[in-house]
Design a protein around this ligand. Structure first.
Ligand SMILES: [Zn+2]
Ligand SMILES: [Zn+2]
Length: 258
């Protein structure tokens, strides 16, 4: 098994050490870990400017030297809002050694999605604006893996009602169709299973639509910010994805999904 979405203390919201993840990964029998640190550009984001390339690179090289014979260690970034910052991302990537990029939307119209929503806003508006931004990001496609497709469900205020994928099916399927046409893979992000959502991101229905539309490139990802969350709920996901008709999962090799 492989974990394609891990944060260390190179991300603003984690204090976990890369080396500790590597030890844990070997202990539980993972074949690959991908350290996908937050790389954000929105001026009001506390993550902006936090990532330090030289520190990260030296840790990756050190871990590869110590653990590389037992574990594939992939280096990457979780790029925030590629549709808004892709020119800057392209510039930044140029002289760097990264293997893999995740595209994520955490800000919509300049505002963070886990903000307090005001009374004039509705669940519909919040959800539709998020998916519109995600669609733009998918079209940019200057990355390899689409992060937590329906993450907005985590932040819609309970009083507004819960997110029901079926109500946004057309919108979501349009995005999935563009993903399927592209070289992108989607992650089945297990963080929702260990939190109160009790389902992965995206929801099972959305994964099923992806499959039915011809999508095959899924990977498992824990979105760990702590050592103990590495590859969390993978056995369950493996079973469930098999039930949805997936034969396996995609593997990142030589710059493409195989
Ligand atoms: Zn994210
Ligand atoms: Zn993440």
């Amino acid at each position: 098994m492989r974990d394609y979405h891990i944060h260390t203390d190179n991300s603003f919201d984690s204090v976990a050490k890369m080396e500790d993840y590597c030890k844990r990964a070997i202990e539980i029998g993972l074949k690959e870990v991908a350290f996908m640190e937050h790389f954000d550009s929105n001026p009001s984001d506390e993550s902006t400017g936090f990532f330090k390339y030289e520190k990260y690179k030296s840790e990756i090289l050190n871990c590869r030297e110590v653990y590389g014979d037992r574990l594939k260690i992939t280096a990457g970034l979780e790029l925030g809002e590629p549709h808004e910052y892709h020119k800057m991302h392209e510039e930044y990537k140029k002289d760097k050694f990264f293997d893999l990029f995740i595209g994520a939307v955490h800000f919509v119209n300049g505002q963070v999605i886990h903000r307090t929503y005001n009374e004039q806003e509705t669940a519909d508006k919040i959800i539709e604006e998020y998916f519109a931004a995600l669609h733009q990001t998918v079209k940019t496609a200057n990355f390899n893996l689409v992060a937590h497709i329906d993450v907005i469900k985590r932040y819609v205020p309970e009083a507004m009602g819960s997110f029901k994928p079926e109500e946004y099916r057309m919108m979501i399927e349009d995005i999935l169709k563009d993903i399927i046409k592209s070289p992108l893979a989607i992650e089945v992000n297990s963080s929702g299973l260990r939190q109160k959502l009790k389902e992965p991101l995206p929801a099972y229905e959305i994964i099923q639509w992806y499959k039915d539309l011809g999508g095959e490139k899924i990977v498992y990802a824990s979105d760990s910010h702590r050592i103990e969350h590495l590859a969390s709920d993978y056995h369950r996901l493996e079973r469930e994805m098999k039930d949805l008709g997936f034969k396996g999962f995609a593997i990142w090799e030589d710059g493409e999904w195989k």
